[in-house]
Design a protein around this ligand. Structure first.
Ligand SMILES: [Fe+2]
Ligand SMILES: [Fe+2]
Length: 159
């Protein structure tokens, strides 16, 4: 299996997109199922944001100084996302705002992922090369267990 950092991040994006689709397909009355899906979304996105903020973004900024503004914007987007995640942690899925919050979260994350994948990850790929991306990916794999459970413990929560 590849440890290429960008491949790993894109795999995480796919995992989360699958969960968004599952949520969209779940029926209006499927409260317990929706709660479970949202718990998985919170867990996946918190780990993903952690490894990006702690490892990938700093490495990208160092390797490609021109991505600095993209990285800063991405952290601000994480900021909004992690606060939304924190609201969803204890929100009853029967609450009338639950689905609305998940919809806005989904829109925000889709936009963010598109920018990462289309606008600046390709610049990082060409600047770093395969070996550096593999080493970076290995560091990201090793860091996953250190991710916090609480989204508000992420750096971007205080950005
Ligand atoms: Fe991100
Ligand atoms: Fe990402």
């Amino acid at each position: 299996m590849s440890t290429d950092a960008i491949v790993l991040l894109k795999n995480d994006h796919k995992t989360v997109e699958k969960l968004f689709k599952e949520f969209e397909k779940a029926g209006d009355k499927a409260h317990r199922k929706k709660r479970r899906i949202v718990d998985s979304i919170i867990e996946e996105l918190t780990i993903h944001a952690y490894i990006e903020e702690e490892i990938f973004y700093p490495a990208a900024k160092e390797a490609v100084p021109e991505t600095k503004d993209h990285v800063l914007e991405s952290v601000e987007e994480h900021h909004l996302v992690v606060w939304m995640l924190s609201e969803l942690v204890d929100l009853n899925p029967e609450d009338e705002t639950f689905a609305a919050k998940v919809t806005v979260l989904t829109e925000n994350v889709r936009h963010h992922v598109e920018e990462e994948e289309e606008e600046w990850f390709p610049q990082v790929r060409s600047a770093m090369g395969r070996k550096q991306l593999r080493d970076l990916g290995q560091r990201m794999i090793d860091a996953r267990p250190d991710a916090p459970k609480n989204p508000l413990k992420l750096q971007s929560a205080r950005a």
